[in-house]
Design a protein around this ligand. Structure first.
Ligand SMILES: Cc1cc2nc3c(=O)[nH]c(=O)nc-3n(C[C@H](O)[C@H](O)[C@H](O)COP(=O)(O)OP(=O)(O)OC[C@H]3O[C@@H](n4cnc5c(N)ncnc54)[C@H](O)[C@@H]3O)c2cc1C
Length: 419
């Protein structure tokens, strides 16, 4: 079947990548069925505790633009010009992300973004969302997916169409591909977990600079905060699971109180609900998923976190997943069959996703520690000066965040002020 003529495609997972991909495929004339395990997020409010807001940068913006939804997203996106680094003694300094005024990243609400993408996709008559449909994996016979209707408990198989699995970091489709020995997976869990907390507004006003990503770096761990449109900030604590200064040691309200007062005094005073929230909100785990073998013939392809989940320290997981969507449709112009397309997609993307996986891990060190180092700051300033004088002297961070024309794998060759 030609990839340019109308046909059908199943998308498994109507999260960020799945809903963006639905739009891009609908615009090319495909009939798209999106199977999503959760209820319709247009009619319910998402649970707290799972990355409430995300940093959107140029690679994600490019995907949103291609889908014609960028203007809508920009209505609730908050520009962040740099990192506001909060030192232990209460001093705070803004380290700008870019050298040009337009080089900013944006804080966006995950649920609002997902709803916006689903609403936009649903305006196409050739897109159908099927909510509360849980994928159990590839069905025997390998050419359809086994599903469970969560409202009735009924088990059925999807129509026999090419299926693109965007079912996230814990992908059931990927698990079944591993069982079928089509894919190899290496999961590298991080020994640090995260917990989301709130910095509320006071009398409706934000208590921190709005146009910045705030970091309280403490060497081995850190607290960060991103702005929300309602003048609150969502803070995230990244901390070792075990050992000294770890989640394991924060067992009681007194432990949490003492830890925050000692390590983050300037943030502690802005968090009146700290101890209650700390025990109410889940402790999330993080890690990198490296997969080889992203497709089963012309039947199934993994895309986004399902193929390559990464740690969040470069703010690139969603951006990379959106770039995946844009790249897949770009490659459609060069291929006439799904198997060839799927193969080319992995060939093209895996070196890039491996590169961002590595840079994301390295950036944890940069955020929690290097930003405090005077030598790092000096090198960063020097790099900025070089870039101002020679626009081709792009430092690594800028290349990742602001230069989607440079593939991630080529970004690895560029200098980082850490080096
Ligand atoms: C703490 C944290 C902070 C982050 N911050 C950033 C950031 O600042 N910037 C950034 O770019 N990225 C960030 N990320 C990464 C980003 O969240 C992911 O990379 C992005 O969500 C990947 O999109 P996806 O569509 O592949 O997966 P998801 O967004 O996880 O979507 C998967 C979808 O599939 C559905 N699903 C799952 N299993 C099934 C099943 N079996 N059957 C049917 N449906 C299923 C889920 O309900 C969900 O809707 C962060 C991640 C974390 C954990």
């Amino acid at each position: 079947m030609s990839l340019t003529s109308a046909g059908g495609v199943n998308i498994i997972g109507g999260g960020l990548a799945g809903s963006l991909l639905a739009i891009l495929l609908a615009r090319r004339g495909f009939n798209v069925n999106v199977y999503e395990r959760r209820p319709d997020p247009r009619h319910f409010v998402a649970d707290a505790g799972r990355s409430i807001n995300l940093a959107l940068a140029a690679r994600g913006i490019r995907g949103l633009k291609l889908a014609g939804v960028l203007d809508e997203v920009m209505r609730f996106a908050i520009p962040m010009a740099g990192r506001m680094v909060h030192e232990h003694d209460g001093r705070a300094e803004l380290q700008r992300y870019g050298v040009r005024p337009e080089e900013v990243i944006y804080s966006v609400s995950r649920s609002q973004l997902n709803r916006t993408l689903i609403r936009a996709a649903a305006t196409y008559p050739n897109v159908q969302f099927k909510f509360r449909q849980l994928c159990l994996g590839i069905a025997p016979g390998r050419n359809t997916l086994e599903m469970r209707d969560e409202s009735t408990g009924g088990i059925y198989q999807t129509e026999r169409l090419p299926s693109i699995a965007t079912d996230g970091a814990g992908s059931a489709v990927r698990d079944s591909m591993v069982s079928l020995e089509v894919s190899d997976v290496r999961e590298e869990p991080l020994d640090h977990d995260y917990k989301e907390l709130t910095i509320p507004a006071v009398k409706g006003k934000p208590v921190l600079e709005v146009n910045a990503l705030h970091i309280w770096p403490r060497g081995g761990f850190m607290l960060i905060a991103l702005p929300n449109p309602d003048a609150t900030f969502t803070a995230t604590l990244f901390l070792a699971r075990e050992g000294s200064n770890s989640f394991q040691q924060l067992k009681t309200a007194a432990d949490v109180e003492a830890f925050f007062t000692r390590e983050f005094p300037s943030a502690r005073v802005l968090m009146p609900q700290l101890t209650a929230e700390f025990f109410e909100n889940p402790q999330g785990s993080l890690g990198t998923v490296y997969t080889r073998g992203w497709h089963v013939g012309s039947e199934v392809l993994l895309l986004g976190d399902a193929a390559h989940a990464i740690v969040p320290f470069h703010g690139q997981g969603m951006n990379c997943a959106f770039e995946d969507c844009a790249e897949l449709v770009r490659l459609m112009d060069q291929h006439h069959g799904w198997a060839g397309l799927f193969e080319a997609f992995e060939h093209e993307r895996r070196p890039n996703t491996d590169a961002i996986a590595r840079m994301a891990l390295e950036n944890y060190l940069e955020m929690r520690s290097a930003v405090l180092d005077p030598d790092y700051r000096r090198r960063k300033k020097e790099a900025e000066e070089r870039e101002k004088q020679d626009p081709d002297a792009i430092p690594r961070y800028s290349a990742v965040m602001f230069h989607p024309e440079i593939p991630y794998r080529d970004v690895l060759e560029l200098r980082s002020p850490r080096a």
